[in-house]
Design a protein around this ligand. Sequence first.
Ligand code: HSE
Length: 306
Amino acid sequence: MTTGKVIVEVPATSANMGPGFDVLGLALDIYNTVEMAVLPDEGLVIEATGEGAKLLHRTGSRLLVDAAMRVFSASGIDPPGLFIRQHTRIPVFSGLGSSAAAIVGGMVAANSLLAEPLPPDKLLDLAAEMEGHPDNVAPALFGGLVAACRTDDGVKHVRIQPPASLLVVVVAPDFQLPTKRSRDALPATVSFEDAVFNLGRTALLIAAMFSGDANQLSWAMEDRLHQPYRSKLVPGLEDVIAAAKDAGALATVLSGAGPAVISFMTGNRKAVGQAMKEGFLRHGVTSRIMEAAVSGRGALSSVKNY
Ligand code: HSE
């Protein structure tokens, strides 16, 4: 067990990428920081600062601690006491992977404290089990764009580096939408036609990412499995998407379960962000523009030991 302190940076993530519901996720360069150290005496000391720090004391910190505990119990090593300090920059309940960041931050920090008894794939399995789906936790761990799905042999994933020419802008409305509420809006079944619609787009999207042909995104990010059902929870969503397109975006989709919206383009980023913000404002929703970039770095590649 490390006697010093570990520091982990965990990226925000945007899940689904349009058609890839519960499967695709992209890491963004907005990072939460988790510091963790073993204490010689029994007990838990937690400090939280930053975005939603008060709320994090109740929910995010509990998730982070639970995640760390799962690593300790899977490794059979139990530290006497634990010090945790987290600084959050990822807005909570916004569709930018704040719960995945808490889970992954807790797991990677705990695993590093123990000198890494668990391999990355095991961390992915544990994190996806806690989160309920792998599309945020996978890019939070590995960075880049990740395709991940559950199989009988655990979660399998492939990491893809999106084309360097691809720019993103995120516009996060100033209200929160818990994932559970956004998932409750989904139907129990979908039509065969809609399933095939999404299969085609997901395949096109992945092929476009590998080939570097960003222009395909205009078609490849259409979705019929979740966004149409969730639009009633995000006032102005359709108007924001149309405004982004008029300002030069290739594709604009709900980020994860929302309410943040993410736009992809190869130019005009500022104009697109502004058009989206104004689109929300026309529906009485204030928001903030986050000019994030794709993060090639996940929590696993960010660990620092002191
Ligand atoms: N795939 C998930 C959803 C991501 O859309 O509900 C949110 O956590």
